[in-house]
Design a protein around this ligand. Structure first.
Ligand SMILES: C[S@@+](CC[C@H](N)C(=O)[O-])C[C@H]1O[C@@H](n2cnc3c(N)ncnc32)[C@H](O)[C@@H]1O
Length: 186
């Protein structure tokens, strides 16, 4: 069976060492953009929204949602790393958190959520089986982000292959660029 590209133990080490602290200590344009999208979705639906954050890490999106006071009805953060989830819980305690290997399963909550987020996670999970499973596991808006690299055109092609009609945006800092892809159900 195809499994996670970086092992759970490696992720635990990286989060314990603080290798990913920048995701919560400085504004990440991709994450801010996604939180702004959540805010606009909540305004459009005229109610607090339910969010499933796949590969939520140490709480980057929770931080951005809090900063923008996005009306959140429910937030489920899912990650392979328990160390990351412990940090995320402290940052956004109103959320629920679950340790899941996304190369093996996608939580059932993804089906009914208003929005499912895959922020900077797609390159760490075998892409084709993950996208195929995700498409079947949700009837929600799905938001992907990935940073600009040699893999970007492959990622874009794969998302289009599985999800079809999608919107694509770019956000950047002086040093880095990200693509944000939004799939809105018809
Ligand atoms: C670059 S971090 C992004 C974290 C967060 N989405 C953000 O942007 O702030 C990638 C995350 O994917 C998680 N991840 C990697 N492989 C995974 C898997 N197979 N199942 C669940 N989470 C995984 C890692 O633990 C890590 O937290």
């Amino acid at each position: 069976m195809v499994s996670s590209i970086i092992s759970k133990n490696d992720w635990e080490d990286q989060y314990r060492k603080g290798s990913w602290d920048r995701l919560i200590t400085s504004d990440q344009p991709n994450t801010v953009h996604i939180a702004e999208y959540c805010l606009s979705l909540s305004k459009k639906l005229n109610r607090p929204i339910s969010i499933v954050d796949l590969g939520c890490g140490n709480g980057g999106l929770g931080t951005a949602l809090g900063n923008l006071t996005v009306p959140v009805a429910s937030y489920l953060g899912v990650d392979i790393s328990e160390a990351a989830l412990e940090k995320a819980k402290k940052i956004f305690p109103q959320g629920e958190y679950r340790c899941v290997d996304l190369s093996k399963e996608i939580p059932g909550e993804a089906m009914e959520a208003d929005v499912v987020i895959c922020n900077e996670v797609i390159y760490y999970i075998p892409m084709a089986p993950f996208l195929a499973r995700l498409k079947k596991s949700t009837s929600s808006v799905v938001v992907f982000s990935y940073y600009k690299s040699w893999r970007s055109s492959f990622i874009w092609a794969y998302i289009r292959l599985y999800f079809g009609r999608i919107k694509r945006y770019c956000v950047s800092t002086a040093k880095q660029k990200w693509t944000i892809v939004i799939y809105e159900q018809k």
